[in-house]
Ligand binder design. Sequence first.
Ligand code: NDP
Length: 244
Amino acid sequence: MTNKKLIVITGASSGFGAEIAKLFNVAGNPLLLIGRNIKRMEALPLDFQNVMLAQVDVTNLEDFTASVRAAEAKFGPTDLLVNNAGVMLLGNVENQSAHEWQTMLDTNVMGVLNGTQVVLQNMIDRQGGTIINMSSIAGFKAFTNHAAYVASKFGVHGATETIRQEVASKNVRISLVAPGAAETDLLTHVTSASALSDYQAWKESMGGLTLDPKYVAQTVKYIYDMPQAVEIREVSIAATRQDA
Ligand code: NDP
């Protein structure tokens, strides 16, 4: 049994979440990995000795709570929650479906609020713990064809800073990571062909390659590894060639 503390990562089945899981697995932390696609999580290159997997949709508070309580019963209180699960369904507000807006707002905003509520009281009670929310450069800056996504990520920024102020005196840290475009599965869910081709053209203008997700994972770990008395409030990280 490790003496390292429990880390909960949402959206661990691919992209940033999978890279974050790999890094903390090597560091020896017990992990609870949350996502809907359990097979993808089972296939991650991890030492599964201290890893719990939960097939949970972050929009379902009841399931989210139950999975975290089960992991805490085994590994002790959650010391770090990475609210990383998210979706980006590009589209123009003139014709994008309300269903896609709802999916983004539910996952990107409600998912973060749900996760925060699941772990926060215990962190306040023991005056320690860290929450890191995965936002985006689209959380403080507009991008065309991204209206609902931008709305959701501005929401993540606003909620994070509000909660930070509320829990600062309790020695609980809540930080933001705001990446630029990165090489993950995020674009694979976009249904608008024109929004997708605009995005790909933008990406080509950067030389075709964007940010390797492993550097976002390293950023999350760097934030966490600071002493509890030090809070890196926000990091914005993007490919050097990203000009927006
Ligand atoms: P991926 O699509 O590779 O990963 C997204 C993860 O979120 C998957 O593991 C997916 O798992 C999970 N997820 C989505 N919806 C839900 C849900 N309802 N419940 C539980 N898990 C869910 O994309 P990224 O790694 O890029 O995305 C991670 C975060 O980074 C997102 O918040 C995204 O907005 C943000 N981001 C990404 C950028 C990029 O360019 N890639 C740039 C800036 C921010 P599953 O399908 O198994 O549920």
